[in-house]
Design a protein around this ligand. Structure first.
Ligand code: FES
Length: 107
């Protein structure tokens, strides 16, 4: 299991205990986390799973693919250097304790 800490725009945090191999978007949607929509189901087609990855974990994630970078141009909230799509973050033991911040809005 992997622990992921999600902090919403108001500063309220929630920890999810999820199985390795799931995407962050799948895990959050399954847990009913408000603030991650996942409208396209994880196909890098909607940008409604936009998150800000805590600096401490930025180097643990693979480089985003071109499709992710293109969708990050379409986020409802401001894109920052640590912006990523949660559907493209596959949870593994290396990401245990991952901290992500949720944007103010996804649509
Ligand atoms: S769920 Fe649509 S881009 Fe991530």
């Amino acid at each position: 299991m992997v622990d992921v800490i999600l902090i919403d725009a108001c500063g309220v945090s929630r920890t999810l205990h999820v199985a390795e191999g799931q995407s962050l978007m799948q895990s959050a949607v399954s847990a009913g986390v408000r603030g991650i929509v996942g409208e396209c189901g994880g196909s890098s087609m909607c940008a409604t799973c936009h998150v800000y990855v805590d600096e401490a974990f930025a180097g643990h994630l693979p480089t985003p693919l071109e499709t992710e970078l293109e969708m990050l141009e379409c986020t409802a909230s401001e894109r920052l250097p640590n912006s990523r799509l949660a559907c493209q973050i596959k949870l593994s033991a290396a990401l245990d304790g991952l901290v992500v911040h949720l944007p103010e809005r996804q649509q």
